[in-house]
Design a protein around this ligand. Structure first.
Ligand code: URA
Length: 181
């Protein structure tokens, strides 16, 4: 049922981002994977290529997941809070996040991951309801679905902020990896 409804996602017109996107960027990864990574919204590369996190910040994030979790591309689930690129990569608006919410909920129901990693403040708010800055909430193990999750910095922040931000992201990934059900 959930998967059938997810079949409607490529044609979604629930908000105005449908007018400017090239394509809806669907979540990807194998059903049954333990880890779900949730980002903010597709950028230019993702809008053209149709997959989450395939640009520069995605390379950084995917490298950290490989280092800290030993997981290669295709061995974990990855999606975004908002499935269509906002023009000029602006932050998604509240009404766009709200309009897209049912898709994230359907993905979570269909995939039932044990752990979720929310990257960036938009994902941290959408997934865990965190309203405080990332400096405060990152690395906090939080119940989610039938498992737990952690928020960390967005890899774009790490590209700007350098090795200190990357070090914090690594520690947050390790925190989530260490959690035992
Ligand atoms: N940034 C995101 O939050 N998601 C992507 O898919 C790409 C860049």
């Amino acid at each position: 049922m959930n998967e059938r409804r997810l079949d409607d996602l490529p044609g979604c017109e629930r908000c105005e981002l449908s007018l400017t996107r090239t394509r809806v960027v669907l979540g990807s990864g194998p059903k049954g994977a333990t880890l779900l990574v949730v980002g903010e919204a597709p950028g230019r590369h993702e809008d053209l290529g149709g997959e989450p996190f395939i640009g520069r910040s995605g390379r950084l994030l995917r490298g950290l997941i490989l280092d800290e979790w030993g997981l290669h591309d295709g061995e974990y689930l990855i999606t975004n809070v908002v499935k269509c690129r906002p023009p000029n990569n602006r932050t998604p608006r509240s009404r766009e996040i709200a309009a897209c919410r049912p898709w994230l909920d359907l993905e979570a129901l269909a995939w039932r991951p044990e752990r979720v990693l929310a990257v960036g403040t938009v994902a941290a708010r959408a997934v865990f309801g965190f309203n405080e800055p990332m400096t405060v909430v990152h690395g906090r193990v939080t119940p989610w679905g039938h498992g737990v999750g952690v928020a960390t910095y967005h890899p774009a922040a790490a590209l700007r902020g350098g090795p200190n931000v990357v070090a914090v992201m690594r520690e947050d990934l390790r925190t989530l990896a260490r959690w035992q059900p």
